[in-house]
Design a protein around this ligand. Structure first.
Ligand SMILES: C[S@@+](CC[C@H](N)C(=O)[O-])C[C@H]1O[C@@H](n2cnc3c(N)ncnc32)[C@H](O)[C@@H]1O
Ligand code: SF4
Length: 385
């Protein structure tokens, strides 16, 4: 991997609906009991794509990502219409990566063939656990077997697949996690996302933990679970290329690399964020989060953007550091210096080197070590100060 692909341009499309709300999740996802008017959403997505293309001008789209929420609740024709709109307003690279996030219920797996025909070439499945008790506790609507069956259907339909698991769940020991992870790796293709459970404010899990009804592994066990994850995945040929993402070399998610390498991307749909280079300046955009309010805004104004700010050099540099140090490849300190207008402080780097939390590669990149990843936030704060 290298960070050289400066022309990368990603398009993120947000589908904000789920069949039910998982008690740990604070993503912009909503449950609606009435049917969703997908044709209306297609018109709004198309309008927002057109408005964004008008602002940024010609670009070659290298990656497209349908995220959620649960994009696998969209009809394949809806996904196809959004891809058509992207292809109408921008040119799409012939080898573009087109990912769709899917939940692994059998109903959703029946749509996989349709997504492939519409142009999706990569699927990312939210498996979360391979244990039925844990899935129930996480509020999931599928069993472990159903999830594994969906993995098989995905692998038969798409050239590239990935799945997500959540670890550091209640009562999970390193030995239990190691066994579960090895079972997952036996079914995995080229890519796995392995997220440590975070207890987010305003979720049912937050209230349960505060009431003493949910006990999650403490920091020491969390650290041991993280170390197990690194060792087991590296031994299986899927080392971490980002703090929570593992791939066979060459099979990294190119769309997420756009974020972590601080390249350019458009955010389409409710609550989507973008980073766009317009007239030589980087702009941070965000759209209205609430799905119906977003629709109304797009129908009135042609787009749902509610915030659009130019980033100052210092903000761009901090963002570059924050995102880039998540990657195993680390960052190019010269790019930091160009963005910030000043280099990183060599004295701070020397201290972090001595502490063993960062290292400099032979080609001059600065990266966080395996020992540094569990304290990544502190390392970034120290360097950015
Ligand atoms: C936005 S979800 C979309 C995927 C799909 N809706 C699903 O749930 O299968 C992306 C991923 O974020 C992860 N995630 C969400 N909330 C989390 C939390 N509180 N802690 C750790 N991982 C979380 C889950 O692994 C999930 O698959
Ligand atoms: S984890 Fe996925 S399915 Fe569950 S509420 Fe969040 S976005 Fe929806």
């Amino acid at each position: 991997m290298s960070g050289a692909d400066e022309t990368a341009f990603g398009v993120y499309v947000h589908w904000p609906f789920c069949l039910s709300k998982c008690p740990y999740c604070d993503f912009n996802s909503h449950v609606r009991h009435a049917a969703i008017d997908e044709a209306r959403f297609v018109r709004a997505f198309t309008a927002e794509i057109a408005a964004t293309a008008e602002r940024v001008g010609r670009r070659t789209v290298s990656t497209i990502f349908f995220g959620g929420g649960t994009p696998s609740l969209m009809q394949p024709a809806t996904v196809g219409a959004v891809l058509d709109a992207i292809g109408t307003h921008w040119s799409v690279a012939r080898d573009a990566e087109v990912t769709l996030e899917a939940n692994p219920t059998s109903v959703e797996a029946t749509r996989f063939r349709g997504y492939r025909a519409a142009g999706v070439n990569r699927v990312s499945l939210g498996i979360q656990a391979l244990d039925d008790g844990a899935l129930k506790e996480l509020g999931r609507l599928h069993t472990a077997q159903e999830a594994l069956d969906a993995v098989k259907v995905a692998q038969a339909n798409f050239p590239r697949t990935s799945f997500d698991l959540i670890y550091a769940r209640p009562a999970q020991t390193p030995a239990l996690w190691e066994a579960e992870l090895k079972r997952a790796l036996a079914q995995a293709g080229e890519h796995l996302s392995l997220y440590q459970l975070t207890i987010e404010q305003d979720t049912p899990f937050f209230a349960l933990r505060a009431a003493g009804k949910l006990v999650v592994p403490d920091d020491d066990i969390g650290r041991a679970l993280y170390d197990t994850t690194q060792a087991v995945c590296a031994a299986a040929g899927l080392p971490a290329y980002e703090i929570s993402n593992h791939a066979r070399p060459g099979a990294e998610c190119r769309h997420n690399l756009v974020y972590w390498r601080a390249h350019e991307y458009a955010g389409i749909g409710p609550g989507a964020h973008g980073r766009l280079d317009i007239d030589g300046a980087r702009r941070a955009t965000a759209t209205e989060k609430r799905p119906e309010a977003w629709l109304a805004r797009v129908e009135a104004n042609g787009h749902g953007v509610i915030s659009d700010e130019e980033l100052l050099p210092e903000q761009m540099a901090d963002e570059f550091l924050l995102m880039g140090l998540r990657l195993a490849e680390g960052i190019d300190p010269k790019r930091y210096a160009r963005l910030a207008g000043r280099p990183l402080d060599p004295k701070r780097i020397a201290i972090l080197h001595d502490e063993g939390v960062v290292e400099t590669t032979p080609n001059g990149r600065l990266r966080v070590t395996l020992a540094g990843f569990p304290v990544l936030d502190a390392v970034v704060a120290d360097l950015a100060a």
